[in-house]
Design a protein around this ligand. Structure first.
Ligand code: PMV
Length: 326
């Protein structure tokens, strides 16, 4: 009853923000992302009869009680489905700089879903794994697939239609992403808390929900036409729109630091000077820069030396979750 899986992080080009059901973790809007080769998590799960409780090891060290609870709650869903009561040892390693301030929940819950389901003998196809990963983290549902992926918000109260689908695999259009770390610390306001506050207090929340279908259709079209300028423009739009919505919550959610803002200006300055790049930012201060195929290293070189940047990672587009053992 043991299995290991590897999954990659993803960055949304068209963002998700808000839940239509917090308990089942159903998103209020759909989203479209790109899976990243350079950021992955490998997770081993071992269900044993000698454990009094679940045990979580993160990057070689026992995890916090909070992290352990989140994993245990997630495993409960699977234990119910498999009719099993055993506890598990979960050993999860991020294969990217830890403590870099990069959210690893997408790759972690995608890897955990595949490894735990397999360990329990549940032969789930990827759409089923995506639904499952969603229970751990909304963006994890997308990391089940490689390439360009759309998360469907769905309408069903039970969440059976809230799952990701692959739009194009990682060979379709090998875009790259440069990730600039401006603050290696953990984010202060988690995405669930931020989303709930936004839904309750931001006057723009309704408009965000009502206009999401149009944004998704435009991103789908830009991908279908491989129209990089259009895709980039939509990526910046979705990012700024999400942050504008969150900034208008009470109290306002300000995820950026000074370097974040400087980098957004720098991306636009370089673009005006002829380098075709576009930015996006999630619920934290790191900046991600969307680049054409083969351009990541060049873009990194152009952005190296900016004050306040701790680290720069370059990633190509990556694959979906895979089992590692047996
Ligand atoms: O996966 P969660 O529930 O932590 O939410 C992620 C939200 C954003 O990263 C800000 C946007 C997105 O669509 O990934």
């Amino acid at each position: 009853m043991k299995s290991t899986a590897k999954a990659h992080a993803n960055i949304a080009l068209c963002k998700y923000w808000g839940k239509r059901d917090s308990r089942l973790n159903l998103p209020a809007v759909g989203s479209i992302s790109m899976t990243l080769q350079a950021l992955s998590t490998q997770t081993a799960v071992d269900f044993r009869d000698d454990l009094p409780a679940d045990r979580l090891i993160l990057n070689g060290k026992p995890a916090s009680e909070r992290a352990c609870r989140r994993v245990s709650d997630f495993l409960d869903v699977l234990r119910r489905e498999a009719g099993v009561k055993l506890h598990a040892q979960v050993d999860s390693r991020n294969e990217f700089p830890t403590g870099a301030g990069l959210a690893s929940s997408a790759s972690s819950f995608a890897a955990l879903s595949a490894a735990a389901a397999h360990a329990l003998g549940l032969n789930y196809p990827k759409p089923r794994l995506s639904q499952l990963a969603r229970r751990g983290s909304g963006s994890a549902a997308r990391s089940i697939f490689g390439g360009f992926v759309e998360m469907q918000a769905g309408q069903s109260p039970s969440g059976e239609d809230a799952l990701a689908v692959q739009l194009y695999d990682e060979h379709y259009w090998p875009l790259e992403m440069v990730i600039l770390i401006t603050d290696p610390a953990r984010k202060k306001i988690g995405s669930t808390e931020g989303m709930n506050l936004t839904a309750e207090t931001s006057p723009y929340y309704r408009a965000w929900i009502d206009s999401s279908g149009k944004d998704l259709a435009e991103v789908r079209q830009a991908l279908a036409q491989k129209d990089f300028e259009k895709l980039g423009e939509l990526t910046e739009f979705s990012c700024l729109k999400m942050h504008a919505l969150a900034l208008a919550a009470r109290p306002g959610l300000l995820y950026w630091n000074g370097t974040t803002v400087q980098l957004l200006h720098e991306v636009r300055r370089l673009r005006a000077a002829g380098l075709l790049i576009f930015f996006t930012v999630d619920a934290g201060p790191q900046v991600k820069v969307l680049c054409l195929p083969g351009e990541g290293q060049k873009v990194k070189a152009r952005l190296t030396g900016m004050p306040g940047v701790h680290d720069i990672l370059v990633s190509t587009i990556g694959p979906g979750v895979t089992l590692v053992d047996d």
